[in-house]
Design a protein around this ligand. Structure first.
Ligand code: PMP
Length: 309
């Protein structure tokens, strides 16, 4: 059986065996979701026996920015986080694709949701992870009855733990209805994002993705796809997308660190175009998978090579 976790975690300022990284049940973040997190992938290239962390610097920058948005402090700078994450990944010596989960949380046991005068505790663990959701089969997704939390309620660009009850509800709805994933609409009825993915559509050879004003998390995979599209001379627009435009699209796909680049075959059982993966999605997906694994040598600065056995 593949193991569920790698052996080591980073907890209370040092690398420890994962069994020692535990918090009391009274922990504030556990009760109230007073925390935020990141999600980072390492890819293993079996041919080169090399492992790479993808866009680590950008993930560290977003993590530090989450603290700023929530007006709390972190015990580490972005540069220190970079080293902590790289060191833990190397200590775990992965020979498979994996996922790193850094998180910052209110670790005290005070009663009441509380971000006042708080320096967050920090922890990091790592799990083996192949595909989070299928990337090649063509996803069957639903539009959720739950509305994406607006930035007027919680700063949505911070990956705040408490927000994810919104995602969990949408995922439950998808799963109960036999769908692979759910798409959430925003307050104005426009497409916002998936439970943990950004959305792209293609219409008349133009790649379109909801703008930041649509209460989305600014995904690092989203940014990657936009940068690759520009280099590949694919026309690109950031703008609000209505439910109608989504149904009428020539191609639809989802992006995220977990999901990577996964194409969508149907939405609420309505087939997208001819129900096959579209040419632009295919091109971007191939480029993405080759880059993250270092098969394609472009964008070397996006890959942090790990020193492993
Ligand atoms: N939206 C949400 C709500 C997410 O949780 C994620 C996953 N982090 C994404 C989008 C995609 O972001 P990224 O590409 O940075 O993983």
């Amino acid at each position: 059986m593949t193991k569920q976790f790698f052996d080591y975690a980073f907890f209370k300022g040092k690398i420890v065996p994962i069994e020692q990284a535990n918090v009391p049940i009274m922990t504030n973040a556990l009760q109230y979701g007073t925390g935020f997190f990141g999600g980072i992938r390492t890819y293993y290239n079996a041919d080169d026996k090399a492992a790479y962390i993808f866009r680590l610097k950008d993930h560290c920058a977003r993590f530090v920015n989450s603290a700023k948005l929530l007006e709390v402090s972190l015990p580490y700078s972005a540069e220190e986080l970079f080293d902590i994450i790289k060191n833990l990944a190397e200590k775990n010596n992965p020979n498979t694709d994996a996922y790193l989960r850094p998180f910052a949380y209110v670790g005290n046991t005070a009663l009441g949701p509380n971000l006042v005068n708080t320096t967050m505790d920090f922890a990091l663990y790592m799990i083996p992870l192949k595909n989070y959701i299928p990337v090649h089969k063509g996803l069957s997704v639903c539009i959720s009855k739950w509305q994406r939390i607006p930035k007027e309620a919680i700063p949505v660009r911070a990956k705040a733990s408490g927000i994810y009850i919104n995602s969990a509800l949408a995922r439950k709805e998808a799963s109960d209805g036999g769908f692979d994933e759910a798409i959430l609409l925003g307050a104005k009825g426009n497409v916002s994002e998936g439970s943990a993915e950004n959305i792209f559509i293609v219409k008349d050879n133009v790649l379109i993705t909801p703008s930041l004003s649509e209460d989305i998390l600014e995904g690092i995979t989203r940014r990657t796809i936009m940068e690759l599209a520009k280099e590949m001379d694919i026309a690109l627009q950031e703008k609000p997308i209505s439910r109608e435009e989504l149904f009428n699209a020539d191609e639809v796909f989802m992006t995220g660190t977990g999901c990577q680049v996964a194409w969508v075959k149907s939405i609420d059982k309505h087939m997208i175009a001819n129900g096959k993966i579209g040419p632009i999605t295919r091109k971007l997906q191939q480029k993405y998978f080759n880059i993250v694994r270092g098969i394609d040598k472009d964008h070397i600065s996006w890959r942090t090579k790990l020193i492993i056995d």
